[in-house]
Design a protein around this ligand. Structure first.
Ligand code: ADP
Length: 872
């Protein structure tokens, strides 16, 4: 049917919906938001609310659902979190005063990447939205990203090599890209690990760079434009411009808090790509995606939301430059020493609300009176905090202390203007303190006196009329009235004017009451308006100081993070690492920060690490399953990351040559769920490492080649290892854990490769995991041993060992031993004995042992175990 057949309000709706096709339109009608047609079906399903039909049995029936406006934030949050965009359409005039259909407009569009904490989104993390704009040939690109709730705003640029990394540490909720890159490899790579990121494909002209520059110049001073060299980076400027335009179009309000545009230069940071972040469980566990059990959870002793976000940022984007890292470490060290100050700082910080987000809401006119009260309360401890940190000497704390503005002028305004605990509604009054505004006080007095007069009227009129049951009352529709029961209506004085008839009573008014009523109601309305005006005025005053607020918030975040890291260092007995610019990695008694806290089975066994760019570049770590290989290689990566973010580390001593990138290839269980074959995922990741690693990278490889047949797998593992280790090609520091013990032979032919294994003790009954990393390879995988312990019949065990030895010879003997086992050929009789050649194996172990590097206790243990094995 044509739109002309709808009611005027529905035509208005359809017109608005036509302009916001990609959104669910919330159409304000009185106290409700209504949703119509297809949107209604969708919202009813997503929100589990009732779907109804208007004009049910007619042809033009309309599906409809809705919710009350005061509950909107929760519903909106649910829709947006599921990836929908929501357009909020409000009534722009008082329906009582409207001529014809009430004027309505979309006042704001909320999208997954554009939410503020006013929208009922509770997570503390940054909510980033980004825009990318690659050159036509894809060789270079520019980008930009921002957090609308806090006002952080960044520029990016990349040339081909770093495209995957440029957004490495940034958790994007939404992305804007030109339509032409819809199917590009770049986008595929970027989105591979960002399934929840919503992508908007936009027309090319959104990215027009001249318009972008014009738009940006509204946010930046000329000086800032020149400092950022925007004209020299047209791709980045285009992306930032497109992003701003998108945000302006959806928010339709001031965005003054986005003024501080900065470059985010990936080359300043240790790049931890998404795969590594997931594998190393920096922010959530790999298997069940929980926060608990992640490194972040362990480190997060922050007291404020600002601190929490900054800590996340530090962990997602550790630094590369040793002197910048040392600046952080020195601050943490000083804070760690200073117990008293740290305790006090923690207590003061707990009183501070999220100033960054409050600031954002203030600027965008979304802040309520309660927000302003929270803001005011957050300013109270600032003086004491400033005083406290002035006692510190480390440059980072000093600098942050200097830029902490206690905002005394704002405290003054808020103290004078705002009542102690304002109501949640902005339209009901009760926000502004008495004495702040003479006009408001006058109106309030009028209301009060009028009410007093009306209250005294009952007594007066009872006396005058002699009707003791006469009552004065009020209701929203008829206003004030004098009520007389039916029995006495005959006694009503002449000046009473009938207003309303009830079953048992009549309601009246009179001239005097009318006048007072008018004064009271009118004054009340005007007082409300005046309060709202005053409130908006205060919000504007605060909004005008957003830069100072943001600076202060940033200083507070730094104190908070430094104090948290100091706290963690003390709690878990961490040590200050020495971070250098060379490729040395020296860790004495290092521990895995998370495993050491969560493993209850046994005391964590610390291990040493020594790597450099020369003879100790590539460590092959062998050992049976469950011996601790993964834990060990992750521990080295985590200690490096912690050091580079400015944290103390779980070790007795650590010298960390800063890395430029950390790569991992660990397990692939989670990708299986996404339908890619394990081996394919593994190879994609390995290919990425080979493409992007440099001699300053740190690479963690766990069981490369496991997902395919033994020979394929081993061949690939071997070739990858050679390539990574080759100085002419990459020469990166690499920890390579493998159960292919044959790979220990890499050390024979490749300079820089060193073998280590995780020591295992054996007794006839069981294998003992000693968890100690020791130099040298192992030539045993213990699989058959474990099979025997599990109760495989002796004949099977003996046959398995026979086949194993034969296989091993088959693979590596250049003389061409047959690959398939031939009965009895490989193993000289007599050596099998009761334990399938135990003597021979013990002899092998003795031959390979490294007494120089054993502690006397380890040696004793070993001898004891050998003795037991031989005497059984
Ligand atoms: P692998 O990679 O060799 O199969 P893992 O690294 O997964 O072995 O470790 C197996 C188990 O041993 C883990 O559950 C871990 O808790 C424990 N573990 C590993 N290293 C240590 C250690 N140094 N001290 C104590 N327990 C450890």
């Amino acid at each position: 049917m044509g739109t002309e057949e709808y009611t005027p309000a529905m035509r208005q709706y359809l017109d608005i919906k036509e302009r916001h096709k990609d959104c669910i339109v919330l159409f304000r009608m009185g106290d409700f938001y209504e949703i119509f047609f297809d949107d209604a079906h969708l919202a009813a399903r997503e929100l589990s609310i009732t779907l109804t039909t208007r004009n049910k049995n007619k042809q033009d029936s309309i599906a409809l659902c809705g919710f009350p406006y005061h509950a909107a934030s929760g519903y909106i949050a649910r829709l947006v979190n599921r990836g929908y965009k929501v357009a909020v359409c409000e009534q722009m005039e008082d329906p009582k005063l409207a001529k014809g259909v009430v004027k309505r407009e979309v006042v704001r569009i909320i999208t997954p990447g554009l939410i503020t904490s006013a929208d009922g989104i509770i997570t503390v993390e940054n909510v980033f939205i980004g825009a990318l704009y690659p050159s036509l040939d894809g060789g270079q690109g520019g980008g930009s990203f921002l957090d609308l709730s806090t006002g952080e705003f960044y520029l990016l640029r990349w040339s081909h090599k770093e495209d995957r990394e440029s957004l490495g540490g940034i958790e994007l909720r939404e992305l804007i890209v030109p339509e032409r890159i819809r199917d590009s490899a770049l986008l595929k790579v970027l989105l591979a690990d960002r399934e929840s990121c919503q992508v908007n494909y936009c027309p090319e002209d959104l990215f027009a760079s001249e318009e972008a520059l014009a738009l940006l110049s509204g946010y930046l001073t000329n000086e800032e434009m020149i400092d950022l060299n925007l004209p020299g980076n047209p791709l980045s400027a285009a992306a930032a411009g497109a992003l701003l335009r998108y945000v302006e179009n959806t928010q339709k309000t001031s965005l003054a808090h986005l003024r501080k545009l900065k470059w985010h230069d990936a080359s300043d940071y240790l790049v931890i790509d998404d795969t590594a972040r997931r594998n190393l469980e920096l922010f959530s566990t790999a298997i069940d995606n929980r926060t608990e059990g992640s490194l972040f959870h362990l480190l997060d002793e922050t007291a404020t939301s600002m601190g929490k976000r900054k800590l996340r940022w530090w962990l997602a984007n550790p630094l590369k430059n040793p002197s910048r890292i040392r600046r952080r470490l020195t601050a943490v060290a000083e804070m760690k020493k200073n117990h008293l100050a740290r305790g006090k700082l923690g207590r003061l910080l707990k009183e501070v609300h999220d100033l960054e987000r409050l600031g954002g809401r203030i600027v965008m006119n979304l802040a309520t009176a309660r927000d302003l009260a929270a803001f005011r309360d957050s300013l109270k401890p600032l003086g004491e905090i400033k005083e406290l940190v002035s006692g510190f000497n480390s440059p980072l704390i000093r600098a942050a202390g200097n830029s902490l503005d206690v905002l005394a002028d704002l405290t003054l305004v808020l103290d004078q203007a705002l009542v102690d605990s304002p109501p949640s509604s902005l339209r009901e009054g009760g926000i502004i303190r008495k004495g702040y505004d003479a006009a408001l006080d006058e109106l309030t007095d009028l209301v009060k006196n009028g009410r007093k007069w009306i209250a005294s009227l009952e007594e007066k009129e009872r006396l005058r009329t002699g009707i003791n049951s006469l009552k004065v009352g009020f209701n929203n529709i008829f206003g004030y009235y004098l009520e007389i029961g039916k029995a006495h209506t005959g006694q009503a004085p002449d000046d009473y004017i009938r207003k309303q008839t009830l079953v048992n009573a009549e309601r009246y008014t009179n001239q005097e009451l009318k006048e007072y009523e008018y004064t009271v109601l009118n004054a009340k309305e005007r007082a409300r308006e005046r309060e709202y005006e005053l409130f908006a005025g205060i919000r504007n005053i605060l909004g005008g100081q957003i830069e100072r607020i943001q600076k202060t918030a940033s200083s507070l975040a730094i104190f908070d993070v430094v104090a948290a890291l100091a706290q963690v260092a003390e709690k878990y007995n961490y040590t200050e690492p020495q971070v250098t610019g060379d490729g040395l990695l020296l860790i004495t008694e290092g521990r895995h920060p998370v495993v050491e806290q969560y493993s209850q089975a046994q005391e964590f066994v610390p291990n040493d690490t020594f790597m450099d760019l020369e003879g100790n570049r590539f460590l092959v770590i062998t050992g049976p399953n469950m011996s601790g290989k993964s834990t060990y290689i992750r521990q080295v990566a985590l200690i490096s990351i912690m050091a580079q973010m400015g944290s103390f580390v779980p070790a007795k001593e650590a010298v960390i040559g800063a890395a430029d990138r950390i790569f991992t290839r660990i397990g692939a269980a989670d990708s299986l769920a996404r339908g890619q074959s394990t081996f394919m995922v593994e190879m994609i990741e390995v290919a990425n490492i080979i493409k992007n690693a440099t001699d300053r990278s740190l690479i963690i490889l766990d069981e490369v080649g496991r997902g395919t047949s033994t020979f394929d797998g081993m061949a690939i593992a071997w070739a990858v290892a050679e390539h990574l280790n080759d100085k002419a090609k990459i020469g990166a520091r690499t920890l390579f854990a493998t159960h292919y013990h044959q790979l220990t032979e890499l050390a024979l032919t490749n300079e820089g490769v060193k073998n280590y294994n995780i020591a295992v003790g054996e007794s006839p009954e069981t294998i003992i995991f000693l968890r100690k990393i020791v130099p040298g390879g192992t030539n045993r995988s213990y699989g058959i041993h474990v099979g025997r312990l599990a109760g495989l019949p002796e004949s099977v065990v003996v046959r398995a060992r026979e086949i194993l030895m034969n296989l091993e010879k088959g693979e590596f003997d250049a003389s061409g031993m047959p690959r398939l086992a031939q009965h009895g050929q490989a193993i000289p009789q007599g050596q099998l004995g009761l334990f399938g050649g135990e003597e021979g194996l013990v002899a092998d172990e003795i031959r390979e042992s490294d007494p120089i590097n054993m502690t006397p206790l380890e040696a004793l243990n070993k001898i004891n175990i050998w003795k037991k094995r031989l005497s059984t």
